[in-house]
Design a protein around this ligand. Structure first.
Ligand code: FES
Length: 652
């Protein structure tokens, strides 16, 4: 062909176009991802490209200096008024005049890759639910009467190929002045719709709107509610924040909240109000921190366990408290903010990920989305440690899931000196092999307790207790140094050679820290504490082991510890304790808040929603309560590290 050749990078897409074709038009025809909000009117600058000149041997193209047209008045005006980075052109204005190689920078791509955060297992490609469109609307005409909304929708169809767009009353109330103020040019934010909902106008501004649109990725935990506020045009996290779940006053753990609803008339409704109020407090905080108007939050994704899910939705969790643990629905839900009393944009779309089973919630689905065991060649075990551990095991062939009732010991509850992870809590422990005395680190200080500066830095009362990751290290260290034996008994001072062991009647305890002389606490580990940890870790291990039985394997390739707690566990100590199956230590990694990441993926990439719904449908659910082998594993797993299971890697 005699028409000039255009090669787009980084996609490599290429084609011949008649001289005078705008770069944006060529990009569209080739399916190159080049953004535009103003529809090629030289207003938004989202279509910026970088033409290359000279020799491109890789593409077999020589680009002459005049391969693109001269700057026209629209492009020149934009550059003069707003400025353009050197070498950039507006793709909607610059026309192809000769062979050319055109680079589309990341910020000009709609489906740009979002910068990956630490510990995230996969990339997120931006594909937001709601986008901005600038349109020019036909003025009303007495000879051809039609409503302003209808003409706006015609414009969206003709200029943006958006069909059947609807609008709420709230939009109709502001539509007419906005259209006239903008001289029939407006920017609209359109939620593009999904299987269940038509596309809908969410916002409308006279003229061109410069700002962005926002979404929330919310991890609704039984203890804390954490959210990321994300820019839907860039994928960036603008602010992150968390609040305590106000439902705590109705019960520390899930089952106590279920019983609260059983024992108290209207109890479930009370908890629903509490969690929604907590959520609104969080949304106030996070939008203030992000410096945005809450009305600009047009999309929100929630992940949570089944009990939180039901209470948030205003569904009594009664059935989840008893066999057969039936969910009201396990499907993903698409709702509106106003249905849930959320003070963001009233028509904001709310998406809840599907639940996997009665004990394996949308949070586990979010972990599956983030860690993608179903796309792994390796056999990966993903453990989200909480009061109820949610466990996934799988690879490309199949994925199994179960939950295991670990109880609250890993959160520091039911441990004599236990506490939540908070400043002052012991989180790292080392026991001296000779003196058998423990040194430790507390949250909020980077000094070890035997550092001369430690006490002056935090004060004796600055040590407040032991958190979950601390107690795991503690028990594992006690086991390594012979203070605790395999069945879980603390020996006497004589047997263990530790002056810190003392008898407390029928059993022995271990003194970790005595701050009483300076007005601080006395922190000990009792044999009951060891028992609690044995139960919790045995439950976790048995769940994992049961899935391995079902999979027909006796080892896994990788272990991923998910969840805020998982992020703090030392893999070595977890393995010494026998919490997780034997695996090479470098194959045990932490995924951080994988459920929160899953929520963010579902928020920023709407096509991932169908993907996780499909994945969840294919997950094999295993109910630990009815599996006799679970009990068998449990009994064996209470020893440290384990009674019968091999730990060859650990032992070598
Ligand atoms: Fe808006 Fe080019 S598409 S400036």
């Amino acid at each position: 062909s005699n028409d000039p050749l255009v090669v787009f990078t980084p996609s490599g897409k290429r084609g011949h176009f008649a001289k005078g074709t705008p770069v944006l038009t060529a990009a569209r025809q080739l399916g190159v991802d080049l953004d535009s909000v103003c529809g090629g009117r030289g207003i938004c600058s989202k279509c910026q490209v970088s033409p290359g000149y000279g020799q491109f041997s890789k593409h077999g193209v020589t680009v002459a200096p005049d391969a693109l047209s001269e700057w026209n008045s629209v492009e020149q005006r934009y550059k003069d008024k707003r400025g353009l980075i050197d070498g950039r052109r507006l793709g909607c204005q610059a026309q192809i005049m000769g062979d050319v190689v055109i680079d589309v920078p990341a910020e000009s791509q709609v489906h740009k890759q979002v910068v990956r955060k630490r510990a995230e297992a996969r990339d997120i490609v931006l594909n937001p639910s709601t986008k901005l469109f600038y349109v020019e609307v036909q003025e009303p005409d007495m000879h051809d009467p039609s409503g302003d909304l209808e003409r706006l929708c015609d414009a969206l169809r003709d200029q943006w190929q958006l069909e059947n767009v609807t609008a709420d009353l709230q939009i109709l109330q502001t539509l007419q002045p906005a259209l006239r103020k903008g001289a029939w040019k407006v920017t609209v934010a359109v939620h593009l719709g999904d299987d269940e909902n038509p596309a809908r106008i969410m916002h409308l501004w006279p003229g061109f709107y410069e700002g962005s649109l926002y979404g929330l990725a919310v991890d609704l935990g039984s203890t804390t509610i954490a959210a990321h506020l994300c820019d839907l045009q860039t994928g960036e996290v603008v602010a992150s924040s968390g609040v305590m779940n106000p439902q705590i006053r109705f019960g520390e753990d899930l089952m106590s909240r279920v019983s609260y609803s059983m024992m108290n008339e209207g109890g479930a409704a009370e908890m629903t109000r509490a969690v929604r109020a907590g959520m609104n407090t969080l949304f106030d905080e996070i939008s203030t921190e992000g410096g945005i108007d809450k009305g600009m939050i047009v999309d929100a994704v929630f992940v949570c366990n089944p009990v939180m899910h039901h209470l948030f939705l205003g569904i009594d969790p009664f059935e989840l408290g008893q066999a057969p643990f039936a969910l009201a629905t396990s499907n993903a839900l698409r709702l509106r903010a106003m249905d849930l009393d959320l003070n963001i944009h009233p028509s904001a779309r709310v998406y809840l990920l599907p639940c996997i089973a009665g004990h394996v919630g949308a949070d586990a689905a979010a972990v599956a989305l983030s860690e993608a065991p179903d796309k792994s060649d390796d056999l990966v075990l993903v453990v989200d440690v909480g009061t109820n551990a949610e466990i996934l095991l799988g690879n490309r062939d199949k994925v199994l899931a179960c939950s295991s009732p670990t109880g609250p010991a890993f959160e520091g509850a039911q441990i004599s000196s236990g506490q939540r992870a908070a400043p002052g809590a012991i989180e790292r422990v080392e026991i001296d092999p000779v003196t058998k005395i423990a040194r430790f680190k507390v949250i909020g200080s980077d000094l070890w307790s035997d550092d001369p500066a430690f006490l002056s830095q935090i004060g004796a009362s600055g040590v407040t207790g032991i958190c979950g990751s601390g107690i795991i290290e503690m028990v594992a260290e006690m086991r390594i140094h012979g203070i605790v034996d395999a069945p879980g008994l603390i020996g006497t001072a004589e047997q263990t050679g530790s002056a810190n062991v003392f008898s407390d009647g029928r059993t022995n305890s271990y003194l970790v820290y005595d701050g009483t002389a300076d007005g601080g606490p006395r922190i000990t580990v009792t044999n009951r504490d060891i028992r609690e940890i044995q139960m919790a870790k045995a439950a976790l291990y048995s769940g994992a082991r049961l899935l391995m039985d079902k999979f027909g394997v006796d080892h896994v390739d990788r272990v991923v510890l998910a969840g805020a707690f998982g992020a703090h566990i030392s893999p070595k100590h977890a393995m010494i304790l026998g919490m997780i199956p034997d695996a090479p230590l470098d194959k045990v990694t932490s995924a951080g808040n994988a459920a929160g990441t899953g929520a963010r993926i579902a928020l920023l990439n709407t096509s991932s929603r169908a993907e996780i719904e499909e994945t969840v449908r294919n997950i094999h659910k295993i109910e630990t309560a009815i599996e006799p082998r679970f009990q068998e594993h449990f009994v064996n797993a209470s020893a440290i590290p384990n009674a019968v299971e091999p730990f060859p890697i650990l032992n070598s």
